[in-house]
Write a protein of this length. Structure first.
Length: 154
């Protein structure tokens, strides 16, 4: 049975392990190196594990009481307005635990959290060629609205 809950400091070791894999996986995909940059799991976790009202949340996903996934979301205002939006910054499930609903449950949890924060909408990122993430997000009601292309100048 899959469950989700907000992460706490006791989950740090499991989250570091999951984020290490998530960052490596993203970094190996087309466009991933630019997205990931030089981020380390500890730097990312420190921001996501700050006590509220930081505008960020980190959920862990469990399967049979073992932490096998995580998802992070942040809130922000768009273009100098007071309209709040959310962004799923990360959703990752261990390869061996995929296909049992943990990713879907994590996505639902962060979407619900963004709604509780008063967000009007929520964005999620999927790298080029990451069909699995795109399909999971579309199944959760997301639609593509923007494709960002980049050209390095040096």
């Amino acid at each position: 049975m899959e469950t989700t809950r907000p992460a706490h400091e006791d989950d740090r070791a499991a989250c570091v392990a999951l984020l290490t894999h998530a960052l490596a996986d993203a970094g190996a995909r087309r466009g991933g190196a630019m997205l990931v940059g030089g981020a380390t799991p500890d730097e990312v976790l420190t921001r996501w594990l700050l006590p509220e009202p930081s505008g960020a949340i980190l959920y862990v996903g469990e399967f049979h009481h073992a932490v096998v996934g995580l998802a992070a979301a942040t809130t922000f205002t768009r273009g100098g307005t007071t309209v709040r939006s959310g962004r799923i910054e990360c959703c990752y499930v261990e390869e061996a635990a995929r296909g049992v609903g943990v990713g879907t449950a994590l996505t639902e949890s962060v979407v619900a959290w963004c709604a509780e924060q008063g967000c009007r909408d929520i964005d999620a990122l999927a790298l080029p060629g990451d069909r699995h993430s795109k399909q999971r997000l579309e199944a959760a009601g997301f639609t593509a609205r923007l494709l960002v292309l980049n050209r390095p100048l040096s």
